[in-house]
Design a protein around this ligand. Structure first.
Ligand SMILES: CC(C)(COP(=O)(O)OP(=O)(O)OC[C@H]1O[C@@H](n2cnc3c(N)ncnc32)[C@H](O)[C@@H]1OP(=O)(O)O)[C@@H](O)C(=O)NCCC(=O)NCCSC(=O)c1cc(O)c2ccccc2c1O
Length: 300
């Protein structure tokens, strides 16, 4: 284990033992999963990849559970912001679990009938889901965010990094690459030359370098990571949820093409449905009469 990791683990254990560093919130478990944890506190959902023995690498089951947890947070009207993190101080996520990488993608566990399923990339849909989710997602990164784990932090709307965080793409080293959001969104975030450097050389970057590149929003001592992340979440919770929803959709619209425009357009539709004009159309249909749109202005 590297010296910085030893220090981080020691600081974490020390903080937890002495309770001088309190968790950022009074988390309550709100669902049962095998590979992840789902906790709630004060309008924040915290989703933790809980596989520290493999630096929080994800297997297909992990991704299926993450998708379920994000959907749960989306549907919960009490949740305004979501934190995505990894268990422990050593890793946010180390990407796809290479032990279950098959001949064609990642292979799930056996089902009741003993079938193992066909290999595929389960994260593809998760990436889209995170882009689509109309609430801010904050990556809380201690330790490594590499490979597919780096792409997950990139897909989060904000990233708060601990001072022991390390970022990088490892695909070309292990015979993989993510030419979707992994490359495109990285280039959008930090510029094309830097993005190509990260992918073409597979180096790792510390938290301060990541901050300078614009890859993360803030760097804090590892023992203050959760407190600071929750502080950012609470600030967002003070603001208009619909404004944040529309801002997220607006930031993503151009890069997501027609799917991005669709999301903004349907949000406009959602607002339109709240108007008397739209409700006149519905009421007229239900009452079997011609709609009277004449009383609504033809706006210049
Ligand atoms: C993350 C590390 C840099 C950490 O190094 P460290 O020295 O701290 O720890 P160890 O290397 O000793 O690891 C401890 C323990 O964990 C196991 N482990 C770590 N990462 C993984 C992993 N990804 N899969 C399986 N197991 C892992 C490690 O073997 C050790 O086990 P022991 O039994 O020996 O204790 C370093 O671990 C590291 O570099 N890890 C690999 C990072 C990596 O290459 N990830 C995969 C990249 S490819 C990817 O993620 C990917 C996924 C997708 O779903 C895609 C979908 C579509 C397109 C592309 C995709 C894609 O590229």
């Amino acid at each position: 284990m590297a010296a910085t990791d030893r220090q981080a683990r020691a600081a974490w254990a020390d903080a937890q033992a002495k309770r001088t560093i309190l968790p950022g919130a009074d988390w309550q478990a709100a669902a049962q999963y095998e590979d992840i944890r789902y906790e709630l506190a004060d309008g924040i959902a915290k989703i933790t990849i809980d596989r520290p023995e493999v630096r929080n690498a994800f297997r297909p089951k992990t991704v299926v559970e993450l998708a379920d947890a994000f959907e749960r947070a989306r549907e919960d009207p009490d949740v305004g912001v979501i934190i995505l993190t990894g268990e422990g101080p050593l890793a946010f996520c180390s990407g796809g679990d290479q032990r279950v990488r098959g001949e064609s993608g990642y292979v799930g566990q056996e089902d009741a009938a003993g079938r193992r399923g066909v290999g595929r990339f389960h994260v593809t849909d998760l990436h889209i889901q995170m882009r689509r989710l109309p609430k801010p997602i904050v990556a809380m990164v201690a330790g490594y965010a590499v490979g597919g784990g780096h792409v997950l932090h990139l897909l989060c709307d904000l990233t708060i990094a601990a001072d022991n965080a390390r970022f990088g793409q490892s695909g070309p080293r292990v015979g993989s690459f993510d030419g979707g959001y992994g490359a495109g969104l990285l280039a959008r975030t930090i510029g094309l030359k830097r993005a190509k450097e990260i992918w073409f050389l597979c180096r790792q970057y510390d938290a301060e370098q990541a901050l300078r590149m614009g890859l993360v929003n803030a760097v804090v001592p590892v023992e203050q990571l959760e407190i600071e992340t929750v502080r950012w979440c609470r600030e967002m919770l003070e603001l208009s949820p619909f404004a944040l929803r529309l801002l997220k959709a607006s930031f993503n619209a151009a890069d997501d093409g027609l799917a991005g425009i669709q999301q903004l357009a349907h949000d406009a539709n959602l607002l339109f449905y709240m108007s008397e004009e739209a409700q006149e159309g519905r009421d007229a249909y239900l009452e079997g009469r011609r709609p009277d749109f004449g009383r609504f202005p033809r706006r210049p």
